[in-house]
Design a protein around this ligand. Structure first.
Ligand code: ARG
Length: 589
C-alpha cells in the first residue's frame, strides 16, 4: 500500500512550504510533524509546522500558516486546511479519498496498510531469561510478554529477528542445588513436578545454610567441584538444567511463546577465560587487588560514566568485576562473551535486552565496554518497572513469597472460565475451556502490554478481566462482535462491489483502520507495545460506536457492502494487532 496519510500530508506540506516566502530559509533536515488529531473538532490531522518554523525565522505563526494554506495543493486528499489557535493547520480528509483508500485496504490482506521499515536489521532479542531451579516469578512476566510482543512486531515490520532465552543455567545457586540434590531430594516429587521440586530443594538448602556454616561450606565445595568438571556434579547439573528447560517449555507452550535459541549462560563457559585475557591485552581490563576489573577510561563526562559513582560529592571508581580473586567469572563476563557471539556467530546488527530496570548499571557498563572495544553492534537496554499488589508493594502471595508465573496463569484461566460460564452457559465444556484459556492468558498479557513498560502497575484481577475498559476481554469482545455479523450473514466477507461512506461513524472507523500503518511503526521508536495496545483499544471503541449507530445487515446496496467491509477490516486488524501482542482471538465468548 502507498504511504500513510500522515506521510502524504507531510509531503504536500513540504511542497507548499517551498512556495512560501520562507522557502529559502528552510532547514535542510526539516522534519515536519503531521499527527492524527486527538479531537475530531480539529479535523483528522494536525500540523504544527507554522508555529515551529515561524519561531525560527521570526515570523507571525498565523500569518505563516495562512501563506502555507494558500500554497497548499491537496484537493485529492483533504478539504481546504483550516488554521486554528496559535497557528495549527488542520486537515480534514475528503470522503472520496477515504473511500478510495478503504478499497485499497480491503485488498491489502497481508500488510493491512503497514509498510515494512526502510532499514531492517538483524536483531537478537534477549528476553524472559529465568534462572534454573529458581521459580519463574511475575517479574519475569514483564520480560517474557514485552520481549515476545517486540519480537513479533519487529518481525512483521521487516527486521530479521532472532530470539534468545539467556537462561541462568550457571552460577552460585548450583552449589546449593547440588548439595540439596544429594541430601534432600524427593525422587517421587521430582518425577511428578520437577520444576517445583527443584525450587523446593533450592529454598530448603538456602534456609539451612544460613545458620549452618558447615552446610554453607559444603555447598561452596560442591560448586567448586562442578566448576572443576567433577563428573558426578556435571551430570546432576545437566539433569537439573534439562528438567528446568522442559518445565519452562511447558509454560512457554501454554503462552504460545517460542525461542530460536536457548544459549544459556553456561554456553559461554569456555569463552570466559580467553575473553578476560583478551580484555587485558586490549588494555580494557586490569588487575586490581587480585581481581580483574574494568575502570573508567575518563572518556565520558563524570555524570554519564558508568564506571564512576558519586559518594559524598566526590566521584569514586565503580569498576565492573569480570574475574574474582578465586578465578571465578561473573554475570558481566558472560554478557561480554554473549556480545561477541552475537556479533561473530549470529551476525547481529543489534541486540535488545528486555530486563528489569534494576540491571541498568550492569548493562550501562557492558555496553560501554563493547563501545570501547569498537564493537559494531547497536545495543539497546529495554528496562521495565515492577508489578505491584493492591497494597502498592511488590506483588506477593499471602505468605509473602514471590508469586510463580504458572500460578498466575492458572488462576487467570480459572477466573476467565467463570466469565464464560456466565456469558455463554450453553457452550460445550470443551469450548468453554478453550475460550477461558484464550481470555485468561490474553488478560494477563494485555494487562502488561497496555501499560508503559516503566510504569509500576498494580496486578488486579478484577481490572484486567473486566469486560469494559482497556482490557483483553473488551478487545476480544469487539472481535467476537465482528465475527457474529458474518455468522448471522451465513457467509464470510466476499468483497464490496461499491464503497460509499455516508455516516460520520463510518468515516471515523474507516480512518481509524487506515491508521494501523501509522501507529504500528511508532512502537519500535521507544520499544512501547502499549502504543499498539492503545491503538487497538481506540479501534475497538470506534467500532462499538459504529456498531451502535449503523445497522449492518438491515442496510442495503453500497451502504451494506461498505459496512460489511468495515466489519471485516476491523476483524482483520484486531486479530492481527492482538496477534502481534501475542494474544489469540476467539470466535465466541
Ligand atoms: N537471568 C537474569 C535474571 O533473571 C536475566 C538475564 C538477562 N539477559 C542477559 N543477557 N543478561 O535476572
Amino acid at each position: 500500500m502507498a504511504e500513510t496519510f500522515s506521510q502524504l500530508l507531510q509531503g504536500r506540506l513540504f511542497d507548499a512550504l517551498a512556495k512560501t516566502s520562507i522557502a529559502d530559509d528552510l532547514p535542510d533536515d526539516l522534519d515536519l510533524e503531521v499527527s492524527a488529531a486527538t479531537n475530531p473538532q480539529f479535523g483528522d490531522y494536525q500540523a504544527n509546522a507554522a508555529m515551529v518554523l515561524a519561531k525560527k525565522v521570526g515570523k507571525n505563526p498565523r500569518e505563516l500558516a495562512t501563506e502555507i494554506v494558500e500554497s497548499f495543493d491537496g484537493s485529492d486528499l483533504c478539504e481546504t486546511p483550516e488554521i486554528a489557535g496559535p497557528g495549527f493547520i488542520n486537515f480534514r480528509l475528503t470522503t472520496d479519498c477515504l473511500e478510495s483508500r478503504l478499497t485499497k485496504l480491503i485488498s491489502d490482506t497481508d500488510q493491512l496498510g503497514v509498510e515494512p521499515i526502510e532499514n531492517p536489521q538483524r536483531v537478537v532479542i534477549d528476553f524472559s531469561a529465568p534462572n534454573v531451579a529458581k521459580p519463574m516469578h511475575v517479574g519475569h512476566i514483564r520480560s517474557t510478554f514485552l520481549g515476545d510482543a517486540l519480537a513479533r512486531i519487529a518481525r512483521f515490520l521487516g527486521h530479521d529477528v532472532i530470539t534468545d532465552n539467556h537462561i541462568g543455567d550457571w552460577g552460585t545457586q548450583f552449589g546449593m542445588i547440588l548439595w540439596g540434590w544429594k541430601n534432600l531430594l524427593d525422587q517421587d516429587a521430582l518425577e511428578k513436578e520437577p520444576l517445583e521440586e527443584l525450587v523446593r530443594v533450592y529454598k530448603a538448602v538456602n534456609e539451612k545454610q544460613k545458620d549452618d556454616d558447615a552446610i554453607a561450606a559444603e555447598c561452596r565445595n560442591e560448586l567448586v567441584k562442578l566448576q572443576q568438571g567433577d563428573e558426578e556434579n556435571r551430570k546432576i547439573w545437566q539433569t537439573c538444567v534439562e528438567l528446568s528447560k522442559n518445565g519452562l517449555q511447558k509454560i512457554y507452550d501454554l503462552l504460545g511463546i517460542e525461542f530460536d535459541h536457548w544459549f544459556g549462560e553456561s554456553f559461554y563457559n569456555d569463552h570466559l577465560g580467553p575473553l578476560v585475557e583478551k580484555l587485558i591485552a586490549e588494555n580494557i581490563a586490569t588487575e586490581s587487588d587480585g581481581a580483574i576489573v574494568v575502570f573508567s577510561d575518563g572518556s565520558s563526562p563524570e555524570k554519564e560514566d558508568p564506571f564512576l559513582k558519586n559518594e559524598n560529592d566526590e566521584w569514586v571508581p565503580q569498576p565492573a568485576l569480570i574475574q574474582k580473586t578465586d578465578g571465578g567469572f561473573l554475570y558481566a563476563t558472560t554478557d561480554l562473551a554473549t556480545i561477541d557471539h552475537r556479533i561473530e556467530n549470529l551476525k547481529a546488527d543489534a541486540a535488545w535486552y528486555v530486563v528489569g530496570a534494576p540491571q541498568q548499571l550492569h548493562f550501562d557498563q557492558i555496553f560501554e565496554i563493547a563501545k570501547r572495544r569498537g564493537q559494531d553492534i547497536d545495543l539497546q537496554f529495554i528496562p521495565f518497572g515492577s508489578i505491584l499488589g493492591k497494597d502498592r508493594k511488590m506483588y506477593r502471595t499471602r505468605t509473602g513469597e514471590s508469586v510463580g508465573l504458572i500460578d498466575v496463569i492458572d488462576e487467570s484461566i480459572e477466573r476467565a472460565r467463570k466469565i464464560v460460564e456466565e456469558k455463554n452457559p450453553d457452550l460445550s465444556g470443551e469450548d468453554k475451556a478453550g475460550i477461558a484459556t484464550t481470555i485468561g492468558i490474553g488478560a494477563i498479557k494485555y494487562a502488561e502490554l497496555s501499560q508503559f513498560r516503566m510504569t509500576d502497575y498494580i496486578f488486579d484481577w478484577d481490572t484486567m478481566l473486566a469486560l469494559k475498559g482497556n482490557t483483553a476481554p473488551y478487545l476480544l469482545n469487539a472481535y467476537v462482535r465482528t465475527r457474529a455479523i458474518f455468522r448471522k450473514l451465513g457467509n464470510e466477507f466476499e468483497g464490496a462491489a461499491e464503497i460509499s461512506l455516508t455516516e460520520q461513524a463510518e468515516k471515523n472507523l474507516a480512518l481509524k483502520l487506515m491508521q494501523y500503518g501509522e501507529s504500528l511503526p511508532t512502537v519500535l521508536e521507544d520499544f512501547r507495545p502499549n502504543l499498539l495496545a492503545n491503538y487497538l483499544y481506540e479501534l475497538a471503541t470506534t467500532y462499538h460506536k459504529f456498531w451502535e449507530a449503523c445497522p449492518v445487515l438491515r442496510a442495503e446496496g453500497a451502504v451494506r457492502d461498505t459496512r460489511l467491509a468495515l466489519c471485516e477490516l476491523t476483524s482483520r486488524v484486531l486479530k492481527h494487532g492482538l496477534g502481534l501482542l501475542g494474544i489469540r482471538t476467539t470466535e465466541r465468548m
